[in-house]
Design a protein around this ligand. Structure first.
Ligand code: ADP
Ligand code: MG
Length: 689
């Protein structure tokens, strides 16, 4: 199918296809890459957001931790220097609380009698319980510092703020919990530092901080517009979340909880949401928290999609431009191609026209035929040679041109042609439309189609009938010249002694009366021999011909009595039909001889009562003398030999009459034709004007 398309469409289609494919590939790669890139950059941003905000949270908690540490150093120093005073320590706690508005409470808790050994003195006093241990808890209520004793410190869970650091002897951040401040529930955490004196655990000091500022900051984190962040405690509880209702609740995913507890980073993609968890380690605590940032993938891919769409649009525009360019280029290429082709075709056409006019103008017949011998081409030359018009012979078999007895030739010619063998200068006989046979030279060559297959034959025919005739004439003339030369010499050699003999015979005739009766016979025999020689000599050109412009009709009328005498003797008659003709350049003796010889032959050919007709007329540029007899006609087999000296079919014939006539005709530049049939013969002598 591709082959049937024109060149321009082919170029367009193939280049277009290649460009389309490469563009699609580029777009595919770009969209895959842009998705990857968008994801990578989104993850990067999420991680950065998480660690940046994690740092903020750590900084907030560090402030509290630093403060608690300072408190612990102070208290430990006081204990070491035995300069302990419960009132002073309370004052310090109050001062720190008041200086830092973000602190909810400051507090300390000492082991029984570990501080000053005076616990018994403080039993059930304000800020003490029944143990008398130093356990003050300072908070702000209605703008004033407020003291109460710590509670539940021996209870597992509620007393973690004391029990955990006592056990670990390390800085600790307690799991956040809800605590009412000024009648409002606030999420609070405790930052606790153990008090160690001389490697002995003596108590803890701590600060409670409200996490609502952190909550506010975290809730405002909105990566990629719809993303959000959360702060998660070591136990997996939401400390801050953009959805307030989630605060205090535990993270569902146990793997996530595990990672947070161990303080390692964790990423997960859950229900199309990308989440990154970054650990937050505060001071020397062993309970890291975690900052989580969640980004919905759809939002990330939106960017990638817009990059891809942009690429597709650019691609389509580029494709259109390229298509237009290819179209232009293809058009110009195909136009050039077309022009070349048109030029080539024109040249071919011109050549074909030239060849056609050569074929039409030549006199040679040029015939095209199929391998079955059916004629398909016929030029003017062929028409001239065979007499058939193109319209009546095309589609006919070539056999029509071949005489019946030569039909076998065709098979041979066609067989040769089928094998690709040409035939040159093949000489043969062909038949014209009117039945006349002609001599021809043939050249037959195979015709091949563009693939080299032989599809027919071309035949070039030359009519050589006239040439053949001329050749024969030449031969005859040659013979006659030879005979003429012979005649001249023989004539002289024989005649001279004969004249002498005749002279003596005359003398004898007068003197020898005894033999006188034989002598006339001898003389007449000698005269006959002489006549033969005379006639024979007239063939030769030794005698000069005397031309004069005169009337042929006059010569005929002059010789007529002689002819008539011979005709009447044999009971035959002579009819004269002389038309007005122009005078000719003639030797009247020689013309007499021609008329006499032809008339005699005619009379001799006829039976008794036959009519000899002598006729003259002019036609075209010729004057014609026709001598017609009603004789038996001439056998076709001897037609060729007429005029050959000494050729005769008669017992008393010399075979010289026609030879003389041909010789004379040649000298007069005239031609002799014969038409013959069993009903009679006509000899035409045609004089050129
Ligand atoms: P000749 O008459 O002596 O035989 P020609 O040269 O005149 O010699 O003729 C040669 C031959 O041509 C004749 O023998 C005869 O066979 C033939 N011929 C010539 N003219 C005619 C004619 N009018 N009719 C029949 N045969 C003819
Ligand atoms: Mg004769």
């Amino acid at each position: 199918m591709f082959r049937n398309l024109n060149l321009r469409t082919k170029i367009l289609a193939s280049i277009g296809l290649v460009v389309l494919l490469s563009f699609s590939l580029v777009i595919l790669i770009v969209s895959i890459k842009s998705v990857d890139m968008a994801k990578a950059s989104a993850y990067q941003i999420a991680r950065e957001t998480a660690s940046k905000n994690g740092n903020y949270v750590r900084a907030e908690l560090d402030v509290a931790l630093d403060t608690v540490r300072t408190l612990s150093y102070t208290f430990q120093e006081m204990k070491l220097s035995h300069d302990v005073d419960r009132e002073t320590m309370n004052q310090i706690l109050i001062k720190v609380l008041k200086d830092n508005p973000q602190f909810v409470a400051t507090w300390t808790l000492w082991e029984p009698n570990a501080l000053d050994g005076r616990d018994a003195e403080f039993i059930n006093k304000t800020g003490y319980d029944s143990t008398g241990r130093f356990i003050p808890y300072w908070s702000i209520q209605s703008g004033k510092e407020h003291l109460e004793p710590l509670v539940n410190y021996q209870v597992q869970g509620a007393g973690d703020y004391y029990l955990i650091p006592r056990k670990s002897k390390r800085e600790t951040i307690i799991e956040p919990y809800i605590y009412p401040i000024n009648g409002k529930d606030v999420l609070v955490t405790s930052v606790v530092v153990p008090l160690i004196v001389g490697e002995k655990f003596v108590g803890v000091v701590g600060i409670d901080i409200a996490l609502d500022t952190i909550q506010k900051v975290v809730s405002e984190i909105k990566p990629f517009e719809t993303g959000y962040a959360s702060l998660i405690s070591n136990e997996g509880k939401y400390v801050a979340h953009n959805d307030i209702s989630q605060i205090g609740k535990t993270v569902n995913n146990s793997q996530v909880r595990e990672a947070i507890k161990s303080g390692i980073s964790y990423t997960t993609t859950n229900k199309g949401v990308y989440q990154v968890y970054v650990p937050i380690k505060i001071g020397r605590t062993t309970t890291p928290w975690s900052m989580a940032v969640s980004v919905p993938e759809s939002k990330i891919l939106e960017n990638a999609a817009s990059i891809r769409n942009f690429t597709v649009i650019i691609g389509i525009i580029a494709l259109l431009i390229i298509g237009l360019v290819i179209f232009q280029v293809a058009s110009s290429i195909t136009n050039q191609h077309l022009m070349l082709e048109i030029g080539e075709r024109r040249q071919i056409e011109e050549k074909a026209l030239r060849l056609a006019s050569i074929v039409e103008s030549t006199d040679d017949g040029i015939i095209g035929m199929t391998l079955d011998g059916i004629i398909i081409d016929w030029n003017r030359g062929a028409e001239g040679i065979y007499g058939y018009h193109e319209a009546e012979i095309i589609g006919e078999s070539i056999i029509k041109l071949i005489p019946d007895n030569q039909h076998i030739e065709l098979d041979e010619i066609l067989a040769n042609i089928s094998r690709g063998m040409p035939m040159t200068h093949y000489e043969t006989i062909r038949q014209k439309k009117d039945g006349q046979l002609i001599h021809v030279y043939l050249t037959v060559s195979p015709i091949k189609d563009h693939s080299g297959k032989i599809v027919g034959a071309s035949k070039i025919v030359r009519d050589v009938t006239a040439q053949k005739k001329l050749e024969k004439e030449m031969i005859r003339m040659d013979q006659m010249r030879l005979v003429g030369e012979m005649a001249a010499s023989i004539g002289h050699e024989v005649r001279n002694p004969m004249t002498t003999v005749r002279g003596f015979l005359q003398l004898f005739g007068e003197n020898f009366a005894k033999y006188s009766e034989y002598i006339p016979l001898m003389i007449s025999e000698l005269d006959r021999a002489n006549a033969i020689i005379t006639e024979f000599l007239s063939i030769s050109r030794t005698k000069t011909t005397e031309f004069a412009r005169q009337s042929l009709n006059d010569i005929i009328e002059c010789i007529l009595p002689l002819v008539q005498v011979e005709a009447i003797n044999e009971e035959k008659s002579v009819i004269l039909k002389l038309n007005a003709i122009p005078d000719l350049l003639l030797d009247h003796k020689e013309i007499r001889q021609v008329i006499l010889n032809l008339a005699r032959n005619g009379i001799e050919a006829m039976g008794k009562g036959g009519n000899l007709k002598i006729e003259t007329f002019s036609r075209d540029d010729e004057v014609i003398l026709a001598i017609h007899d009603e004789g038996v006609g001439i056998n076709p087999e001897i037609m060729d030999r007429l005029g050959t000296p000494f050729f005769t079919t008669k017992e008393q014939g010399t075979g010289l009459g026609l030879a003389v006539c041909f010789g004379i005709a040649a000298r007069h530049n005239a031609k002799i034709n014969v038409e013959t049939s069993p009903k009679g013969s006509t000899f035409f002598v045609r004089f050129k004007l």
